[in-house]
Design a protein around this ligand. Sequence first.
Ligand SMILES: [Zn+2]
Length: 129
Amino acid sequence: MLTETQLRTATGDDLRTLRSRIFEELRRRDQEGVPGEETSSPPGGRSGREVIDQKGGNGRWLKLERVKCGKTRCKKCADGVGHGPYYYLYLTNPKTGRYTSKYVGKPANVTEEMRQEFGIEVAEPEVEG
Ligand SMILES: [Zn+2]
C-alpha cells in the first residue's frame, strides 16, 4: 500500500494515473465477483451482465452469467457476446444482510455440493478463448 508520504510527494499526474488504476481495478473486481466482496446490489442487478441461468433462493443463488469486461477494444464485448458464461455463487451475509458473490467459473468448477444444493445439471464446458 501507499504511505502518506508517498501520496504527498506524488505529482498530480501520478495521482490521476493512480486514481484511474484504482477505478479500473474496482470495476474488474465487480465484474469478476471477487470472493468476499460485498455489494448492496441484489443478485442480477449488476450492469454488464447477462444472466443465462439462475438457481436457488433463500439467500443463496447460483447463476450462470455472461460478463462484459468493459474494455473498449475487446472484440467479444463489441460483438455483444461477452465472456463466459461463468458461474457465480451469490449469498447473503447473515450478519450484514448484504450480498456477496464468489466467482466459481466454468461449469467444470461447480462442485458436487453445489450441484446437489441447487439441483443443476452442468453442461459440457464450452470451448472459449
Ligand atoms: Zn470483453
